[in-house]
Design a protein around this ligand. Structure first.
Ligand code: TXA
Ligand code: MG
Length: 321
């Protein structure tokens, strides 16, 4: 049930229930990070494999040592600059943080969300909140309460917080001694982080035992076959006779074979494109199309993040037709 009541959310969370919460990135499915019973409910609801760890949301950097230890100076520096905000840090966990939260890893993912209602919620709770994106595992992330209720109906309380300002998940950064490593592209472009950290290292993933399941090769996927391309007219020709939907960067296309199209940002603004990205994918996915053709964005700043999500939404190569 969608609610405006923070008190109701506090009540439910204190009773080990799951509550969907707004953040600046996407809506999260939250629960008491210190209650295994509550955390388990999230995995069940999302149909999420237990090997995929959760992000712990805290009310401020001053609460960091409650869940993490041996925190590198570089992590504090990043926290100071980017929190509250869409940056998740991977840090050595405190012993009391459950293996269920971290999927048995020695690190815990932590962030301070930048949404007034969720910060108020965290201020009034005696525990931090784990919160994965409020979608079924592998599907498109939710950026408004309607998306969340499409996935979960009335089975949980959903705290109203409007449309997500950023629209794309947090950027995830881990550490290897003095080096910073990117684990997931997100709302803060790599270039912004590299101004502080220097060149980021990347990790190699392996789908059987993923270091960063956010980097799984298939993820964030619409149900409709989706195809990423630099050559939209060429792809339209390839799918002639099909019900085609387009996800375009800045310019609509006049073409008789198009059933539906969305333009991410008419002014080519990447922040606007990011904010619209999941919402438009949800929309296209509801249009009963045979195929979604997505245009590759410029490979810099948030364009890189969106291309990365699209690569995972489409897998590599052609969809089945
Ligand atoms: O913006 C966000 O980060 C949103 C909002 C709700 O805060 N949350 C989110 O959570 O995107 P989720 O569960 O959908 O994605 C969390 C990602 C997963 O890909 C998970 O594998 C990774 O974080 N992760 C969590 N803990 C980790 C760890 N200890 N080591 C490596 N990756 C970790
Ligand atoms: Mg997710």
């Amino acid at each position: 049930m969608i609610t405006n009541s923070i008190d109701k959310a506090i009540h439910a969370l204190t009773k080990d229930e799951v509550v969907a919460i707004p953040t600046e990135t996407v809506y999260g499915l939250s629960a008491n990070a210190y209650s295994e019973k509550a955390v388990k409910k999230i995995f069940d609801l999302k149909k999420r494999p237990l090997y995929n760890p959760l992000i712990v949301h805290i009310k401020g950097a001053s609460s960091l040592t409650e869940v993490a230890q041996n925190i590198p100076d570089l992590a504090y520096k990043l926290a100071e600059i980017f929190w509250p905000g869409p940056l998740t840090l991977l840090l050595e966990k405190q012993a009391h943080v459950s293996d269920l939260v971290t999927s048995g890893k020695k690190t815990v993912a932590v962030r301070v969300p930048d949404h007034p209602r969720t910060l108020e919620l965290l201020e009034n709770l005696p525990f931090p909140l784990v919160a994965p994106s409020a979608n079924l595992f592998g599907s498109i992330s939710p950026t408004c309460t309607q998306h969340v209720s499409n996935y979960f109906g009335n089975s949980i309380d959903i705290l109203e917080g409007g449309e997500c300002r950023k629209g794309i998940e947090s950027t995830i950064i881990g550490f290897d001694n003095e080096d910073a490593i990117i684990y997931r592209h997100g709302s803060i472009p790599v270039e912004e982080i590299e101004k502080i950290t220097g060149k980021l290292k990347t990790i190699t993933n392996n789908d059987q035992s993923p270091e960063a399941p956010g980097m799984l090769s298939r993820h964030y996927a619409p149900n409709t076959d989706t195809y990423l391309t630099d050559d939209v007219p060429g792809s339209i020709r390839k799918f002639e006779g099909k019900r085609i939907g387009l996800l375009l960067f800045k310019q609509p296309i006049q073409h008789e074979n198009i059933t539906y199209q969305e333009v991410l940002s008419a002014s080519a603004n990447l922040d606007e494109a990011a904010k619209n990205f999941y919402a438009f994918l949800h929309h296209l996915d509801s249009k009963n199309l045979d195929v979604i053709i997505a245009e590759r964005l410029p490979e810099s700043g948030l364009g890189k993040t969106i291309n990365d999500k699209l690569e995972r939404a489409t897998k590599k190569g052609n969809p089945k037709i």
